[in-house]
Design a protein around this ligand. Structure first.
Ligand SMILES: [Zn+2]
Length: 372
C-alpha cells in the first residue's frame, strides 16, 4: 500500500502580472510521507455531512463558511468521476503543524492514511487528500500504484501546482515506485489526464480491478488496451500544458450554470468574498475564494463588460471542459482585467467558471462581474 500526502508551502504570492494559466492560491510542496496505520487518536467532530466527518484538534483554526460543504460534495463528485465503490465516510481531521506532523509520521502539512482513508491536514478544504481518501475507502481497490494514486489526486484535486511546464517522461513516472514532489505530481497528473482522454473513466476502473489480481504492467494492457510503453510514446507526442488546462474542476463546474438574463442579455456574477460567507472556501496559504459556474451562449465583447472587485482580489475565468492546449484560462487583478495589455479577452460560447480569490483579510468583499 502506498501512503500519500501533500503539503503546502505557507507563504502565498500575489502574481504581479497576468499569469494566465496559474493560480494564486498558494503553491505546494510535496511530502514524501508514507503513513502506516493507525492508532493515532482522532479529535472531536465539529461538522458532519453525508460523506465527510470533520474533526478539529483546535476549533479556533480559521475556516471559511463553505469549506466543509465543499469537502462533502467533493467526496461524492470524485466517487462519481472515477466510478468508485464504497460509501464510507471520510474522517477528516484538521490541526496545526504539530498535530498533522504527528498524525502523518513526520509530514507537517497533510496526508491520507493508506488503509483507513483518514485525512490529517492543516487545510479546511484539501481536495487532493480527498481523492486519496475515497480511493482508500473503496473496498474493491486493493492495489494502488504511486503514479496512479498521485496522478489522480492531482488531476481531480485542485489546480494548485505552479505554472511551470516540464517534460512528462511518462515511462519514468509510470514505473516510479514512489511519486512525490511538485514536479512528479505535475508529470503524473498530466499523464493521467492524457490517459483519461484516450480511454475514459471506465478503463481506470478496469485497471483498479485487474491490478488487484495481476502484475501491474499486464493489468495496464488489460484495462487500457495498450502497453505502458505504447501509451508513453503516444503521450509524449501530445502538447504539455499548465495544470489549469488539464485538471478536472469537479466542484467548480457542477450543476446548472448561470446564464444571461434574457431581458437584458447581461450575464451577472456577483457575491461577497468574505470568509464567513456560506459559499466562500478556504483559507489555503492565506487565501480564500469563491466560484461561479456559468454558460455563454454567444461570444462576449471585450469592451462592454463591467467588473467590480476588491483591490486585493484576483479574478480567474477558466473553461470547464476541453484540455491541453485549447482550454481557456485567464487570471488578472482589478487593474488587469480592463487593460489592453493584460485584459480579459473575448470569451467564446461555452461553459466556464469564474473564481474570485483574495487574502483572508477583513473588509468588504463585494464583487460583480457583468459580461455582455
Ligand atoms: Zn497525494
Amino acid at each position: 500500500m502506498i501512503g500519500s500526502c501533500r503539503r503546502m508551502k505557507s507563504p502565498s504570492r500575489i502574481p504581479k502580472t497576468r499569469r494566465p494559466l496559474a493560480l494564486a492560491l498558494g503553491s505546494l510542496l510535496a511530502a514524501g510521507c508514507s503513513p502506516e496505520e493507525e492508532d493515532f487518536p482522532l479529535p472531536d467532530v465539529v461538522w458532519e455531512g453525508t460523506s465527510v466527518r470533520v474533526r478539529m484538534e483546535d476549533p479556533s483554526i480559521e475556516v471559511c463558511g463553505g469549506s466543509f460543504e465543499g469537502l462533502d460534495r467533493h467526496v461524492e463528485l470524485v466517487r462519481e468521476a472515477l466510478l468508485l465503490e464504497g460509501d464510507g465516510v471520510v474522517e477528516y481531521s484538521i490541526g496545526d503543524e504539530d498535530f498533522v506532523d504527528a498524525g502523518c509520521d513526520g509530514s507537517p502539512l497533510g496526508c491520507t492514511k493508506a488503509t483507513s482513508g483518514n485525512v490529517f491536514t492543516s487545510l479546511p478544504l484539501h481536495q487532493h487528500e480527498i481523492v486519496h481518501a475515497v480511493r482508500a475507502l473503496d473496498p474493491e481497490l486493493e492495489y494502488r500504484s504511486s503514479a496512479f494514486e498521485e496522478g489522480l489526486a492531482t488531476l481531480f484535486g485542485s489546480d494548485d501546482l505552479d505554472n511551470d511546464i516540464r517534460p512528462l517522461e511518462v515511462m519514468d513516472i509510470l514505473t516510479a515506485s514512489h511519486v512525490g514532489g511538485r514536479e512528479e505530481y505535475f508529470r503524473a497528473g498530466h499523464a493521467m489526464a492524457i490517459l483519461r482522454d484516450r480511454h475514459g473513466a471506465a478503463a481506470f476502473r478496469r485497471f483498479d480491478v485487474s491490478s488487484a489480481s495481476m502484475d501491474e504492467d499486464q493489468a495496464f494492457i488489460e484495462a487500457f488496451g495498450e502497453s505502458k510503453e505504447q501509451f508513453a510514446a503516444a503521450a509524449e507526442g501530445e502538447p504539455v500544458c499548465e495544470q489549469s488546462q488539464w485538471w478536472v474542476p469537479l466542484l467548480e463546474c457542477e450543476g446548472e450554470p448561470i446564464v444571461a438574463d434574457p431581458a437584458t442579455d447581461d450575464l451577472v456574477l456577483r457575491g461577497d468574498l468574505s470568509c464567513a460567507a456560506e459559499d466562500v472556501r478556504g483559507p489555503r496559504g492565506g487565501w480564500m475564494w469563491t466560484f461561479r459556474h456559468f454558460r455563454l451562449d454567444r461570444s462576449t465583447s471585450t469592451i462592454d463588460y463591467q467588473i467590480n472587485m476588491p483591490e486585493d482580489a484576483m479574478l480567474e475565468i477558466v473553461g470547464c471542459y476541453g484540455g491541453c492546449p485549447g482550454r481557456f484560462a485567464y487570471i488578472g487583478g482589478r487593474y488587469d482585467v480592463g487593460s489592453i495589455l493584460n485584459g480579459l479577452p473575448t470569451l467564446e460560447p461555452g461553459e466556464y467558471f469564474l473564481r474570485m480569490s483574495r487574502p483572508t483579510t477583513e473588509g468588504a468583499g463585494d464583487f460583480e462581474v457583468v459580461l455582455q
